[in-house]
Design a protein. Structure first.
Length: 87
């Protein structure tokens, strides 16, 4: 997910990860947000498998999408670090 930049004092700032683009610009910069929340369990599993160096394949992508549909994370979850809960 890209940073949801907003203009703060003329500089594009990401409220999610705190990144500030150091130059004034008409258009927001494109940057993958490091604090982007996972959309669902499939994303968490993808992160975990990437962490362990497992290459994802077409089947994994399908499984990831399916798991995201089956186990979506609620937006604005009151629980921080929902990614840590893998049960
Ligand atoms: Zn960000």
């Amino acid at each position: 997910m890209l940073c949801p930049f907003t203009l703060v004092a003329g500089l594009w700032t990401c409220p999610q990860c705190g990144y500030v683009y150091p130059r004034p610009s008409d258009k927001p910069p494109r940057k993958n947000c490091s604090k982007a929340p996972s959309r669902g369990l499939g994303d968490t599993i993808a992160k975990v498998t990437r962490f362990f160096g497992i290459k994802s394949c077409g089947g994994c992508k399908k499984r990831q999408a399916m798991l995201n549909r089956l186990f979506p994370y609620r937006q604005n979850s009151p629980i921080p670090n929902a990614d840590d809960k893998l049960e």
